[in-house]
Design a protein around this ligand. Structure first.
Ligand code: NAD
Ligand code: WQD
Length: 342
């Protein structure tokens, strides 16, 4: 059985669907600090059964020990973390506490329970401004904000653990590029609180009429249309990558580091046009100044994931937008209406 920390969140909930499809039993542990309890009901409708859920915090060692004692867990997928870059600059201690201290507590509990298989959510943010493209796993890493540092620190903790106890751990550090989209049912998806910091949720809210205009952060980058290039990956593809990583880890002790991306760069303006097509709604925008800390270009070389895990992204940009729109214009709209009605 797999313990999925942060399993009620955006990527975690989709990964639970992928685990169930692969007939891997799982238990979710989440403190619902950035997700709604209703995710569990909606997930149940997709799965056809009610998943096991423990409401707890990964920093709570006693709660973790109780979970490991209660369930026959033999591996962990660790999503639970804070992820907002801007907030991490304002509240670094909260990020280091939740992300770094939370991971250390989890690892201590895993070791005590003799569970040594871990799939860890890392991020393309660890590459900073890449010297060349596409980005390979052996490129140098750096960070420009506390969120990025927290991911790099956790990557280091995992590498040190593998060095200290060689051959005993089975660890994957998965570096996600830009996860977008939603489950094809429209029942689960990305549900940001407040003003979305990421492009696709913002675009979706403009198309839905919740926000007036998108601010495009700069059109003077050295890219074909001047806007930033990113590697957007459908969350369903990303979820499948976790199942593939778990399968790989079963046979391979040690430390695995892999990019999960498509290898295909998409500009901000291409994303806007694709979303307009999918939603049949206009997405008006203004070009404004660059956002501090943004890189011009970031996309993956996904070859290592394909050769080692036998995994590659299948779903294209139009499908990402169509699925994100089905979620945005359906359940996300309903949830928002319920919130505003109190
Ligand atoms: P999310 O916020 O939707 O999901 C995280 C889940 O973890 C939420 O349900 C939240 O309630 C829970 N959580 C947070 N702190 C917790 C704690 N201390 N104890 C228990 N539960 C806790 O985020 P997501 O987009 O699904 O991201 C999942 C992981 O992937 C994170 O580690 C994130 O840093 C990483 N990641 C995300 C992206 C992205 O763009 N979404 C990109 C790269 C990496
Ligand atoms: C994409 C492009 C923006 C919003 C961030 C984190 C990274 C990872 C994924 C977790 C850029 C442009 C955006 C807007 C815009 N998260 N943009 N107007 O910056 O690649 O990565 O999320 O690990 O750590 O840094 O993603 O979606 O914020 O931006 O023009 O309102 O869209 O400038 O070119 P980013 P993003």
């Amino acid at each position: 059985m797999i313990l999925v920390t942060g399993g009620a969140g955006f990527i975690g909930s989709h990964t639970c669907v992928a685990l169930a499809e692969a007939q891997v039993p799982f238990v979710i542990l989440d403190n619902f600090s950035n997700s709604r309890r209703s995710v569990v009901d909606r997930l149940s409708r997709i799965l056809g059964f009610a998943p096991e859920v423990v409401e707890a915090d990964v920093r709570d060692r006693a709660a973790l020990d109780a979970v490991f004692a209660r369930y026959p867990i033999n591996g962990v997928i660790h999503f639970a973390a804070f992820k907002a870059v801007g907030e991490s600059v304002r509240e670094p201690l909260a990020y280091y506490d939740n992300n770094v201290a939370g991971t250390v507590t989890l690892l201590q509990a895993m070791r005590a329970a003799q569970v040594r298989t871990l799939v860890f959510s890392s991020s393309a943010t660890v590459y900073g401004e890449p010297a060349s493209l596409p980005i390979r796993e052996d490129f140098p890493c750096s960070a420009t904000n506390p969120y990025g540092w927290s991911k790099l620190m956790m990557e280091q903790v995992l590498a040190d653990l593998d060095t200290a106890e060689p051959g005993q751990w089975h660890i994957a550090r998965l570096r996600y590029f830009n996860p977008v989209g939603a489950h094809a049912s429209g029942l689960i998806g990305e549900d940001p609180q407040g003003v979305p910091g990421n492009l696709l949720p913002f675009v979706a809210q403009v198309a839905a009429g919740w926000r007036d205009r998108l601010a495009v952060f700069g059109n003077d980058y050295p890219t074909p249309d001047g806007t930033g290039l990113r590697d957007y990956i459908h969350v369903t593809d990303l979820a499948a990558g976790h199942v593939a990583a778990l399968r790989y880890l079963r046979e391979h002790p040690g430390l695995l580091t892999v990019n999960l991306g498509t290898g295909r760069p998409v500009s901000v303006l291409e994303m806007v046009r694709a979303f307009e097509r999918a939603s049949e709604s206009p997405v008006p925008f203004d070009v404004v100044a660059r956002r501090p800390g943004d890189v011009a270009r970031c996309w993956a070389d996904p070859a290592k994931a394909e050769s080692l895990l036998g995994w590659r992204a299948e779903l294209g940009l139009d499908r990402m937008c169509a699925d994100a729109w089905r979620w945005q214009n359906g359940v996300a709209r309903m949830l928002r209406d319920m919130d505003t009605q109190g």
